[in-house]
Structure formats: structure tokens, C-alpha cells
Ligand binder design. Structure first.
Ligand SMILES: Cc1cc2nc3c(=O)[nH]c(=O)nc-3n(C[C@H](O)[C@H](O)[C@H](O)COP(=O)(O)OP(=O)(O)OC[C@H]3O[C@@H](n4cnc5c(N)ncnc54)[C@H](O)[C@@H]3O)c2cc1C
Length: 412
């Protein structure tokens, strides 16, 4: 009987272990935490957006880095396969806005329970509190792992499912990058992604907690637009966050790292063209002729935003509304359509939903997940240089690559 070792009991590791197991294969899952699925537990704000019910082309369209690498994995174990597997194992599902799939119970623990049941039923040996410190490689072939303190477990294949660097408290501390580098693989520089931005403007801290629905966020590198989308964002003590901002970080993160800063603008009134917004302001102003400008924006903007917009407009806050010139009003319209912010950096890995970067897919065979450098060594999940937008896509990457690695490792 052959033995397959899986390092990491997160999403990809549980999938890999479950699908490596057959009557001819002994599978041992090594997890350094006291339980499996620690990160899975906090996904989707504790509800676990485990996949997305869109078609595969749409899923691939939401993968930001190396989507083509995922063809075999996604077609081999699709979102529908994942949904069926959960439903068959006691975890009924529901689909919400944007085709996001969640457990019907709204509890991520039900997804973990389903996987633990699958692992147990298939006869996978799960060893908790077992930290792998290195790979055992002989003649360019993986033949086991080292576990602290200095003990080896030998095997016929090893699957590395150690995740990335985000939320390191969950156990993802980048160990797989070290294993890969030590055995001659290229590792693409890792940065936090799906992560809030810090902004230069001091006033953002006054706006902390303010949520803006239905705004357009545009991010530019000098005059070149690198991100522009519509949705929901919120201000934090140091900058901006929310779904729209997380998506922007996935697209702009590397450019930001290189350039040191990026300019952003928020269209606070995306449903109105400039002329329409101007007409609206003329109407508002005509009803409040004798008010000071600083008190005249209440119909247009949420309370917290009125002071910074007034301050950026260049119009004196004490000016009576009836004294505001046409030029000043037009400038105000332009400001509302493009409220400027300066993005200085992303927040760190401890606040990032995922890691961008990781083991280069050039060193991995996409049809098996096997290393092109070390025989019988496989990689799956976030440890690879793959990342997607929010919506259940990142977990689907973990499931699909995990299943493919598991099937391939037990087939040889
Ligand atoms: C707050 C948050 C919310 C998220 N929400 C969603 C969501 O709703 N939908 C979605 O699609 N994605 C979401 N994600 C992303 C998703 O959780 C990850 O992409 C996914 O968990 C990656 O799976 P993985 O198996 O590759 O890595 P992980 O889940 O990180 O698992 C890696 C495992 O390996 C173990 N390990 C590491 N090193 C060793 C070692 N040396 N020895 C033994 N074990 C080791 C770790 O302890 C860990 O259990 C979220 C992420 C975060 C942080």
C-alpha cells in the first residue's frame, strides 16, 4: 500500500486528503493546529462563502492571477461538484446575491464538520498538533517530511497545502514557501491582497465607520486608470475598506507596492451626470439661500462627509449659499463626482483575506499539481501563485486544486 502525506488541514488539505484516499492508499493529514479548518471557520464572516454558483468561465474571469492554470482543476472538480459533496454530507446550501454559496445554517462550522466527516468515513488519518519542519527529498523525489523535533515520516508522495501568509493566527505562516524554495522552486514575492488601504488624508479618521453604498471607486497610476468599479466601501481609522476596496487591492496591490502611492477618487453620485447633479444642487441651494455653505450639503451627503467635502471644495464655509458663484458650484459638482484620496499602502497580512504571490505556477504541472522539479511532490491551494476576487472563488481554488493534487498523488 502506498502512503500519501498531506501537509496542512485547511480547505485545500482536507480536499486533497479526502480525494487521495482509496483502497490502495494510506493517507495521513498533518495539521499543526489543534483542529482542522481554523481559517475556514472565520471565512465569510463566520458564514463561509464556500463557492460561487456561476459557470466556470465566470469563475475563471474572477481569478486575478494565473486563471488559465486552473482549467483542469476547475473542470475536474467544479463548483457544482463541491456543492453536491456538501449537500451529500449533511451540509445543505443556499445561494445569495452574486451567486455566492453559503451553508443554509449560515455557520462555517457546518462546512468543516462535513469535511471532517468525509475524512473520517474515507479513513484518512488526521494528526493534529503536528508541525512539519521540512520535506525529505532524495534524488529529486519527495519521500517524506520532517516533523519537529527531527523526526521523519516517510511516504510515496507529499502534498503541500500550507496556505499563504494572511491571518497567520490561523496557522498560515508561509511554511510552504520555504519548503518550495529549499527544494528549488521559484516563489513569487508575496503581498497582502483583498485588504484595506491606508490613505494620506488626515480627515479619513474623522470618517471612520462611515459606509458608502452605491459609489464608484476609481484608482489611477498617474493618469492611467487601473481600477474602476461600483459598489460599497467604508472608511476606517487609517483609510478605506469594504468590498469595493478589497477588489481594488487585488488589482492595484503590486502597482502600489512599486509606485509607493496611487491616486483614487470616489464618485459620490454615480447615478447622476454632472449636468443632472448641478441641477439638483441649484434646486437645493434655491431652497436654502440664506444658509452658510457649511450647512447646505445635508440633502446631498451623509453627515460625516459634509465637512471634508466642504473643506476640499475651496468655498468658504461661512459663505452664504446665495453668494456661491456658478464657477464654485461647478467645481463642487466635479468634486462630488471625483472626491480625491491618496492611497499610500495596503494594510498588512494580519488583515488580508488572501496572499497574492506564492509558488510559481511555472514550476507546477496544471494537469496534476505535481512539481516539475521534484517528483511525487504536489502543491494545492493558496500556497500557489493564484488569487481571486471575493465571492467564493478563493475557496473554490482551494477545493479544486486540492482534489486534483489528491487524485494525482494517489494515482501514481
Ligand atoms: C477572514 C477571511 C475570510 C475569508 N473568507 C472567504 C470566503 O468567504 N470565501 C472564499 O472563497 N475565501 C475566503 N477566504 C480565503 C480562504 O479562506 C483561503 O483562500 C483558503 O482558506 C485557502 O485554503 P488553503 O488550504 O490553501 O490554506 P489555509 O486554509 O490557510 O490552510 C493551511 C493549513 O496548513 C496548516 N499548516 C501551515 N503550515 C504547516 C506546517 N508546517 N505543518 C502542518 N500544518 C501546517 C495551517 O495551520 C492551516 O490549517 C477568507 C480568508 C480570510 C482570512
Amino acid at each position: 500500500m502506498k502512503t500519501v502525506l498531506v501537509i496542512g488541514g485547511g480547505a485545500s488539505g482536507m480536499a486533497a486528503a479526502a480525494f487521495a484516499k482509496n483502497e490502495n492508499t494510506r493517507v495521513i493529514l498533518l495539521e499543526k493546529n489543534e483542529k482542522t479548518g481554523k481559517k475556514l471557520y472565520i471565512t465569510g464572516k463566520g458564514r463561509c462563502n464556500l463557492t460561487n454558483a456561476s459557470d466556470i468561465e465566470t469563475i475563471l474571469g474572477n481569478v486575478v492571477t494565473n486563471p488559465r492554470f486552473l482549467y483542469s482543476a476547475l473542470y475536474g472538480f467544479s463548483n457544482e461538484d463541491m456543492m453536491r459533496l456538501m449537500e451529500e454530507n449533511g451540509c445543505p446550501l443556499k445561494t445569495e446575491r452574486g451567486n455566492r454559496v453559503f451553508p443554509l445554517s449560515d455557520h462555517s462550522s457546518d462546512v468543516i464538520r462535513a469535511w471532517n466527516r468525509i475524512l473520517q468515513e474515507r479513513g484518512v488519518e488526521v494528526r493534529l498538533r503536528t508541525e512539519v519542519s521540512g520535506l525529505v527529498i532524495r534524488d529529486k523525489t519527495a519521500c517524506g517530511v520532517r516533523i519537529s523535533p527531527g523526526k521523519e515520516i516517510l511516504s510515496d508522495a507529499v502534498i503541500v497545502c500550507t496556505g499563504g501568509l494572511s491571518y497567520p493566527v490561523t496557522g498560515s505562516t508561509g511554511d510552504g514557501y520555504r519548503f518550495a524554495e529549499e527544494s528549488g522552486h521559484r516563489v513569487v514575492d508575496s503581498i497582502p491582497s483583498l485588504v484595506p488601504f491606508d490613505c494620506e488624508e488626515a480627515f479619513v479618521s474623522d470618517l471612520s465607520g462611515l459606509s458608502l453604498k452605491n459609489v464608484r471607486l476609481t484608482v489611477r497610476n498617474r493618469s492611467h486608470t487601473i481600477f474602476s468599479d461600483f459598489g460599497e466601501m467604508l472608511f476606517t481609522h487609517t483609510g478605506i475598506s469594504g468590498p469595493l476596496v478589497l477588489s481594488a487591492s487585488a488589482v492595484c496591490g503590486r502597482i502600489l507596492r512599486k509606485e509607493g502611492r496611487l491616486s483614487a477618487e470616489i464618485d459620490l453620485k454615480p447615478a447622476l451626470r454632472e449636468e443632472e447633479l448641478d441641477r439638483r444642487i441649484v434646486r437645493d441651494f434655491s431652497e436654502e439661500q440664506n444658509k452658510d455653505f457649511r450647512n447646505s450639503l445635508s440633502k446631498l451627503l451623509p453627515g460625516k462627509l459634509q465637512a471634508p467635502v466642504a473643506a476640499c471644495s475651496g468655498i468658504s464655509p461661512d459663505k452664504k449659499v446665495h453668494d456661491i458663484t456658478r464657477e464654485e458650484r461647478i467645481a463642487l459638482v466635479k468634486l462630488l463626482k471625483a472626491f480625491p484620496l491618496t492611497i499610500m499602502r495596503t494594510r498588512g497580512f494580519s488583515e488580508a483575506v488572501i496572499t497574492k504571490g506564492g509558488i510559481s505556477v511555472k514550476d507546477v504541472d496544471p494537469s496534476t499539481m505535481e512539481s516539475r522539479i521534484i517528483k511525487n511532490l504536489y502543491f494545492a491551494g493558496e500556497v500557489l501563485d493564484l488569487d481571486a476576487l471575493t465571492g467564493g472563488y478563493n475557496l473554490q481554488i482551494a477545493w479544486s486544486t486540492g482534489v486534483l493534487a489528491g487524485r494525482s498523488a494517489s494515482a501514481v
